[in-house]
Design a protein around this ligand. Structure first.
Ligand code: PXG
Length: 459
């Protein structure tokens, strides 16, 4: 019945009833959404039958690609055996226990415990309550401030959006909530570029030290950051940045939190981004790639420093979600992690796919429209510029990134535009030939964007 509906029919019902996330409702209702109907491997198909290469892995999440039978079987089997039971009242389910055990194996050695949530936002909400609880139990309740960064993305719930550093989000709903402050981001390209990348990395990290000294170290609970900012534009920080952040957190006794929602589960060529970037967090949030997005799941890895306090002195931690440890989600995640292990996807990204993408992006970086090309593992960014020699950018009002994205859409490629930064995070199951195919599409779309800019007298 459903698949006899036409695109126009879907669009009309969508416009009549469906409020989409991060969307201008009226504008979309007028234009009509693109209806995605099926997927396989790294490709999607829309309701018009167009095939699209999904260079964003859904929304940074389908790490193992679409159509993996093992994940489907794991969900089906669990749905039949026990579709739901909670873990509130001294109960547990086998998939949740098995996943907790497996996560302790694949995460860095300081992590032996996990707290489950349903999404990255819920995981970050958990973080705020957990770090404040930790300091209460340490007899330092005044240590409640969490330092984050401008242009960070940590989700859309009240705490998630407050931790995030997106001004457009803070403007809606009276955010940030109290006790969350933001420092500069390690975005060398956006700086005046007078410092070398490494010098700039140290300077950006030392903004944390300055903020701690301004607030008083005895007031600061934690620092949170994405190892590589994702939604902010795939901003790969200078190599000096994270080691310096680590030094500062250690020196002042502040908890270090890695938001691994995008960078986890092989994306950067290690299981977690903190391993690639060289730091050792006390807490780590995850979601997306844990279940490759087949089913919602998130959580917090709790390092021994915090776990020992919560377990040994904490009593009841008054926090949790109906779906914390959902058995079907956990069963899918177990199958997903086992698949990543068996197919050696993390090693493949580190040794083969990541270096190949880096080489191809360096070539794209020579395109006249591109001022900076960055990759890390299978994340990449291409910064569009007006003048390649001076790195002058276009007026943001011209929305050149959106122009480029429209060419991508029109040519069977999904790539995201963050301002004029074109970004990708494709599935980790890609072949080298598929990277070539993706890069050829990107080049074509950059050429089409250049042609349109010239035709409209903007270049
Ligand atoms: N942390 C990070 C680092 C994220 O990227 C979240 C937390 C929140 O996760 P949930 O599961 O609550 O959405 C995210 C989510 C984009 C985009 O436009 C990125 C995300 C979500 C929606 C859009 O790039 N990341």
């Amino acid at each position: 019945m459903m698949n006899t509906r036409t695109t126009q029919d879907w669009q009309a019902a969508d416009a009549a009833h469906y409020l989409h996330p991060f969307t201008d409702f009226k504008a979309l209702a007028n234009k009509g959404s693109r209806v995605i109907t099926k997927a396989d491997n790294i490709y999607l198909w829309d309701s018009e039958g167009h095939k699209i290469l999904d260079a964003m892995s859904g929304l940074w999440c389908v790490n193992v690609g679409y159509g993996q039978q093992e994940l489907i079987d794991a969900a089906t089997k669990q749905l039949k055996t026990l579709p739901f039971y909670n873990s509130f009242f001294q109960t547990a389910t086998p998939p949740a226990i098995e996943l907790a055990e497996l996560l302790a194996q694949v995460t860095p050695p300081q992590f032996k415990h996990v707290f489950f949530a349903g999404s990255g936002s819920e995981a970050n909400d958990t973080i705020v309550r957990m770090v404040r609880r930790y300091w209460d139990l340490q007899g330092q309740p005044q240590r409640s401030v969490i330092v984050s960064r401008i242009n960070a993305y940590h989700g859309s719930t009240m705490a998630g959006a407050s931790l995030g550093g997106m001004s457009g989000m803070h403007e809606q709903g009276g955010l940030p909530i109290p006790g969350i402050v933001h420092i500069e981001q390690p975005f060398w390209f956006e700086s005046d570029r007078k410092l070398s990348r490494d010098e700039f990395g140290l300077k950006a990290a030392r903004a944390l030290e300055a903020k701690i000294l301004e607030l008083g170290a005895d007031k600061v609970a934690a620092f949170i950051g994405e190892p590589i900012q994702g939604a902010g534009g795939v901003i790969v920080p200078p190599a000096t940045y994270w080691p310096e952040i680590q030094r500062i957190c250690d020196q002042y006794g502040i908890l270090l939190i890695a938001d691994e929602v995008i960078t986890g589960f092989g994306r950067t060529g290690h299981w977690f981004g903190c391993e690639t970037l060289g730091f050792k967090p006390d807490l780590m949030t995850f979601a997306k790639g844990v279940s490759s997005g087949y089913i919602p799941l998130g959580g917090v890895m709790v390092g021994e420093r915090v776990a020992r306090t919560l377990i040994d002195k904490g009593g009841e931690f008054a926090h949790g979600y109906t779906y914390s440890g959902h058995p079907v989600a956990c069963a899918v995640a177990v199958a997903n992690i086992k698949l990543i292990q068996r197919e050696r996807l993390v090693e493949r990204v580190r040794e083969e796919l990541g270096p190949y993408l880096a080489k191809k992006f360096a070539e794209l970086g020579e395109h006249p429209l591109i001022g900076e090309a960055q990759t890390c593992g299978l994340m990449g960014a291409l910064q569009i510029v007006k003048n390649k020699a001076t790195l002058e950018t276009f007026d943001s009002k011209l929305e050149v990134g959106m122009m480029c994205r429209a060419h991508c859409f029109g040519n069977g490629l999904i790539m995201r535009a963050v301002g004029d930064r074109m970004i990708i995070a494709p599935p980790l199951v890609m072949t080298l030939a598929q990277i070539d195919e993706m890069v050829a599409l990107i080049r074509k779309c950059l050429d089409l964007t250049t042609a349109e800019l010239k035709q409209r007298g903007m270049l």
